[in-house]
Design a binder for this molecule. Structure first.
Ligand SMILES: Cc1cc2nc3c(=O)[nH]c(=O)nc-3n(C[C@H](O)[C@H](O)[C@H](O)COP(=O)(O)OP(=O)(O)OC[C@H]3O[C@@H](n4cnc5c(N)ncnc54)[C@H](O)[C@@H]3O)c2cc1C
Length: 370
């Protein structure tokens, strides 16, 4: 890194949003640096549900060969089952989705970025960003100047400010691990309970010889309700029963806090993408899609500035406008459904009874989140 003292764009964060931004800017011919504080591949708290929309974007970012390799081994998800209050609601997905382990997905995107000409710098945290156009990027290896910065550091980081505080009794955490299950159904299954829910779906790793017997269990749970996966499984009778035959394949990974706030696409002169801009409730399964879309959009919005045709401010304003038009509606739909599912049991019961009597409504509910 010392040799590099100037880049057109610095992308901070090597998740889906950062990779999408870096690939897009590099393909347009600009010099891009992408910093990731961790190491890839790595397991990540995520339901690993990749919607049909996300797949389309992946195709263009990864290119046909990488997409083919990753999609070929990815279990197809054709339906959703919602286990709530001893009832099961079923829906088919309007378009089949796939299940891709973040262990493989993020590493493929990182490699695709390198192939596109991005200078990738792993195991290097950006400690601070000062100035505006040029920005000064501070890492343990020194300072690099660049024309624009995309903040793709995830839900919260040293670049987005202090971790948001949650009121007592409202501290949520995410936890995930892979398990062996003999024959998982091709559905994404959501097990709800008071104080959280757990998603279960089949998933495959590149290293798997037998493709059909790994499931991902990923929960979002209130810290006072459970703080590990066995604790989560005990909270829903159907899940408790199902998980009895499982054997654990990966060490659990955790993340906290999970706090929802109004999306913020611009911050301190940086264009924010993915979770750094806004965190969408995981059960809608749109986080990866939003990360890829906003990362691409952020880089596209910067191009006129990088070509010297506009100011950085104008590029930021264009990004904000596109973000609000294209992506904000997804946040609105998910927060409405979240409120509904978090109603106390006696209040949500009539709603559930209605859904059971009219399966078309369940279908519409699932469609609303897609
Ligand atoms: C419980 C749970 C379940 C979920 N399930 C799904 C699902 O099934 N489907 C779906 O689509 N989405 C799901 N999501 C959401 C999805 O995981 C995120 O939306 C997605 O990871 C966002 O990508 P990103 O690139 O914005 O952030 P991230 O993937 O978080 O990447 C950010 C990266 O930035 C790096 N970083 C942070 N700070 C710095 C720094 N200072 N310097 C350098 N690097 C830094 C981090 O190490 C990290 O690798 C789920 C989320 C949770 C919590």
């Amino acid at each position: 890194v010392e040799a590099l003292n100037r880049a057109d764009v610095a992308v901070v964060g090597g998740g889906p949003a950062g990779a999408a931004a870096a690939i897009t800017a590099a393909r347009a011919g600009f010099r891009v640096l992408c910093y990731e504080r961790g190491r890839l591949p790595r397991h990540k708290v995520c339901g690993e549900f990749v919607s049909a929309e996300a797949l389309d974007l992946l195709r263009s970012l990864l290119g046909p060969q990488r997409t083919q390799a990753i999609v070929q081994r990815a279990p197809r998800i054709v339906g959703a089952r919602i286990f709530l209050d001893d009832q099961v609601l079923r829906a088919t997905l309007p378009q089949p989705a796939v299940s891709i382990a973040r262990f493989d997905l993020d590493a493929e995107l990182w490699s695709a970025a390198q192939e596109a000409g991005v200078e990738t710098v792993a195991q290097t945290a950006v400690q601070g960003v000062r100035g505006t156009a040029p920005f000064h990027i501070q890492t343990s290896s020194g300072v690099v100047d660049c024309g624009a910065v995309v903040n793709a550091t995830g839900r919260w980081s040293n670049l987005t400010g202090a971790a948001p505080s949650a009121p007592a009794g409202e501290k949520w955490l995410g936890v995930k691990a892979h398990y062996h299950e003999a024959e998982p159904p091709p559905t994404t299954d959501l097990y709800f309970f008071d104080g959280g829910y757990c998603g279960v779906q089949p998933v495959a790793l590149a290293e798997d010889k037998f493709r059909s017997n790994r499931v991902n269990a990923c929960a979002m749970v209130r810290a006072d309700v459970a703080n590990d996966l066995p604790g989560v499984f005990a909270k829903n009778a159907a899940l408790r029963e199902r998980s009895r035959s499982w054997t654990q394949l990966t060490e659990p990974v955790f993340t906290a806090p999970l706090v929802f706030r109004e999306p913020r696409a611009l911050h301190d002169g940086m264009l924010c993408a993915g979770d750094a801009a806004g965190f969408v409730d995981p059960f809608v399964g749109d986080g990866i899609s939003l990360a890829l879309r906003s990362g691409t959009l952020a880089a596209d919005s910067l191009l006129p500035f990088l070509r010297g045709e506009t100011t950085l401010e104008q590029a930021g304003a264009a990004y904000l406008a596109s973000y609000q038009r294209q992506l904000l509606p997804i946040f609105r739909a998910s927060s409405g459904i979240r409120r509904l599912l978090r109603l106390p049991r006696p209040l949500r019961w009539p709603f559930l009874a209605l859904l059971r009597r009219a399966p078309g409504l369940t279908q519409q509910l699932v469609q609303r989140t897609r």
